[in-house]
Write a protein that binds this ligand. Structure first.
Ligand code: C2E
Ligand code: MG
Ligand code: MG
Ligand code: MG
Length: 283
């Protein structure tokens, strides 16, 4: 009886796997079309400076976030296609596109806005990109081609990725030697910890939204934010609170002396022109 139930479960499992594989193949084919027909684009979310005097620096930086304008499904978030892109190898092309476009837009804002232009461009990386042997050379090439100053580019990796194998560590050090900045994304959700932060060649720690969203209501989460900021500061690292949605959350992370913030309270991700308008409006 138990064996029969197991067999039935097995059949169901196989059917689910087949369906999943078919769905992936479908997304993959559509992603190839998306790349060829330029359905992908980049939105930018402001990252603001939380000045000690209580004021806000609206030109501190932005984070580039990829989007897919699908012909029938509408706007597709990265969660729905980055994983597939990683599995089928398309992430390299997508990553190249996002990096190049971000640097081009950044330089255009500098020409348009001068001193009010964002000072930092954050771009997310996935494991497959960092694993490319020529990735560092590729980045150097984009910097040279676009005129992007290395110190204005911040590449973001998740803590589980950064803590992984030696090859990744080597790559991170190579990237640092170009003069660019590195950030540890979604801090608090992975496996590394405050005690191993000093081992990673990162300049900035981004405190995950799951902590920030409880900063005002949970003592436990507030203490974790406080500890992260203190350790990061003692190591000479910057801190960013991700996903600030309310004034109360902002007050709470400000009280913990977090240097920068990002979230819907300030702005949702914006297309390039809207970002220029947002900065103009907040000048
Ligand atoms: P992330 O790097 O942690 O980016 C922050 C995510 O939080 C973004 O979601 C942003 O829209 C969202 N967010 C910002 N403020 C708030 C807020 O106040 N409330 C809420 N609920 N959400 C907020 P998005 O754009 O959907 O991106 C999700 C993840 O996909 C990113 O997380 C990043 O890991 C990945 N991703 C995005 N663009 C790229 C890319 O070009 N390449 C790679 N490899 N990954 C990317
Ligand atoms: Mg990020
Ligand atoms: Mg993040
Ligand atoms: Mg996150």
């Amino acid at each position: 009886e138990a064996k029969r139930a197991g067999g039935a479960r097995h059949v169901m499992f196989e059917a689910a796997m087949r369906e999943r594989a078919a769905r992936r193949a479908d997304i993959e084919a559509q992603l190839r079309t998306a790349l060829a027909e330029e359905q992908l684009f980049v939105m930018y979310q402001p990252v603001v400076g939380l000045n000690p005097d209580g004021s806000t620096d609206h030109s501190a930086g932005v984070e580039a976030l990829v989007r897919w304008q699908h012909p029938t499904r509408g706007l597709v978030p990265p969660f729905d296609f980055i994983g597939v892109a990683e599995e089928c190898g398309l992430i390299d092309q997508i990553g190249d596109f996002v990096l190049e476009r971000s640097c081009v837009d950044f330089m255009r804002w500098r020409a348009q806005l001068g001193g009010a232009a964002p000072r930092l461009m954050a771009v997310n990386l996935s494991r497959a990109q960092l694993a490319q042997p020529d990735w560092t050379a590729k980045v150097a090439n984009v910097l040279a081609r676009t005129g992007m100053p290395p110190e204005s580019l911040q590449l973001e990796v998740t803590e589980s990725l950064a803590a992984q194998d030696e090859q990744i560590q080597v790559r991170l050090h190579e990237l640092k030697s170009l003069g660019i900045k590195l950030a540890l994304d979604d801090f608090g959700t992975g496996y590394s910890s405050l005690s191993s932060l000093h081992l990673l060649p990162v300049d900035t720690v981004k405190i995950d939204r799951s902590f920030v969203c409880k900063a005002d209501t949970s003592h436990h989460h507030r203490v974790l934010i406080e500890a992260t900021v203190k350790v990061a500061q003692s190591l000479g690292m910057n801190t960013v609170a991700e996903g600030i949605e309310t004034a109360a959350q902002l007050d709470a992370v400000r009280a913990q002396l977090c240097a920068k913030g990002q979230g819907y309270l300030f702005s949702r991700p914006l297309v390039s022109n809207a970002l220029v308008e947002w900065i103009g409006a907040n000048r």
